[in-house]
Design a protein around this ligand. Structure first.
Ligand code: ASP
Length: 429
């Protein structure tokens, strides 16, 4: 079989049919992978392949950085790269994904975006999002502030997907009076792979900025498993819900903002009312970088020491089961530990704000339904009726402690950035 490279258009002839698509390198030498026109990838056992014909060679043109020629009438979009899979390439020898592309190369790989807007691009980090800390959020916010001052109409942040939803919530809280859209984009498959979702996500983010007057922080990623539509999700109601699927991000307890069809170029706003882009003074409200916020997860056979481990922290998120439950009832000889768990929660809640979030992810906290829930409220646990994901609750708690330390109790359940949705239940989940 002759040598093919990623992206080559090929025809694979099997015993009973011929398959047309793009060649995608497969680390398993016994298989050939083909990206079909529908966007799906299929693996074919090599021994079943009768022949394989090259139809058109793929040329990835990685151009040199060009001087940005601004075209009148087009919006100015700045892409700030922070790393993650979207700026990585697969090392086919090891199968590992490593940081690879420069900002210029990334833009050159997706020439379509230049016809949508005036694009400029720079690197502000090169990291897997698993390594993000509050200091990185502050850095991103400062870079966004610079670009807003320089007259950007919209900003795209490329970012690893693992903690993308923490960053989107963090930026939404930090960027008070944000006058333009900031769209976070990642990809589940690296940009050099035929099955990569990078191009569609990036093009869709550009279309969303170019064609709407939305202002605020959002995430733009695949809507479904094929390459047709992207979804724009609000920054404080987003969550990664799948480890590998390209449509991993869902709007939780809220509606998406828009759907983008990157083939036709159409953008469909889901609701008519949203914050509009207009001149207003952006104020960056950063995180205190030395804050320690913990997350304790409720589970069977729990011990009080799991709560007490957070004694020297500044705030704690409790991730309860069901409506927001922890094992705090001593019901028989086996559950003596539960009394200690409750005392531990009471003790911690006297020292720092403690908030409830849900392991179920979808739905609202309700600590009124069962008596242990009412006991938790008496102990000072905040967040009754919260629809926030655990990640948004974590970020909001840290941001409130950084910027409104005296008002955490008052503000935690106040809707500051769309995080406290009024109605939960009608949305898809
Ligand atoms: N671990 C990577 C990250 O979040 C995965 C990705 O980029 O999708 O940075």
């Amino acid at each position: 079989m002759e040598n093919f490279s990623n992206g080559d258009e090929v025809q694979v002839v099997l015993e009973d049919k011929a398959i047309h698509g793009k060649y995608v390198e497969n680390p398993d030498r016994n298989f050939v992978s083909i990206k079909l026109d529908s966007g799906y990838n299929i693996g074919i056992e090599k021994k079943k392949v009768r022949s394989m014909k090259l139809i058109k060679k793929f040329h990835a043109v990685l151009q040199k950085k060009e001087a940005v020629k601004e075209e009148k009438g087009k919006k100015k979009i700045v892409i700030l790269h922070t790393g993650g899979t979207i700026s990585s390439a697969v090392d086919y020898a090891t199968g590992a994904v490593t940081p690879h592309f420069t900002p210029e190369e990334l833009v050159a790989m997706f020439p379509e975006i230049k016809s949508i807007a005036n694009i400029s691009s720079r690197l502000i980090g090169n990291m897997a999002s698993d390594d993000m800390r509050f200091a990185h959020y502050n850095l991103m916010a400062r870079e966004i502030e610079k670009e807003v001052k320089n007259g950007a109409d919209g900003i795209i942040i490329t970012h690893g997907t693992d903690t993308l939803h923490y960053t989107s919530a963090a930026l939404e809280f930090m960027l008070e009076n944000l006058p333009i859209p900031v769209v976070l984009v990642g990809s589940q498959r690296s940009s050099d792979r035929g099955s990569s979702d990078a191009a569609m996500n990036l093009i869709s983010a550009c279309l969303f900025i170019a064609k709407t007057d939305f202002a605020g922080v959002s995430i733009c990623m695949h809507k479904g498993i094929d390459d047709t539509m992207a979804l724009v999700i609000p920054g404080t109601n987003a969550r990664k819900m799948h480890s590998s699927r390209r449509d991993a991000f869902k709007a939780v307890n809220a509606d998406a903002i828009a759907e983008v069809d990157c083939h036709s170029g159409s953008v469909n706003m889901i609701h008519g009312s949203y914050k509009k882009a207009e001149k207003r003074a952006l104020k960056v409200l950063p995180f205190k970088e030395n804050l320690k916020i913990g997350i304790a997860v409720s589970h069977p056979n729990m011990f009080a020491s799991e709560i007490l481990a957070f004694e020297d922290y500044d705030g704690l998120v409790l991730e309860g089961t069901g409506l927001g439950h922890f094992p705090i009832s001593e019901i028989d000889e086996y559950t003596k530990e539960h009394k200690k768990i409750f005392s531990a929660i009471e003790k911690i809640a006297r020292k720092m704000p403690v908030v409830m979030a849900l392991q179920t992810i979808y739905g609202r906290v309700d600590m009124n339904v069962y008596s242990p829930g009412r006991k938790m409220q008496d102990a000072g646990v905040l967040g009754n009726f919260s629809p926030m994901t655990p990640e948004t609750a974590f970020v909001k708690l840290a941001w409130l402690l950084s910027n409104h330390p005296k008002d955490v109790k008052k503000l935690f359940m106040e809707n500051l950035r769309g995080e406290i949705v009024k109605r939960v239940g009608v949305q898809e989940f």
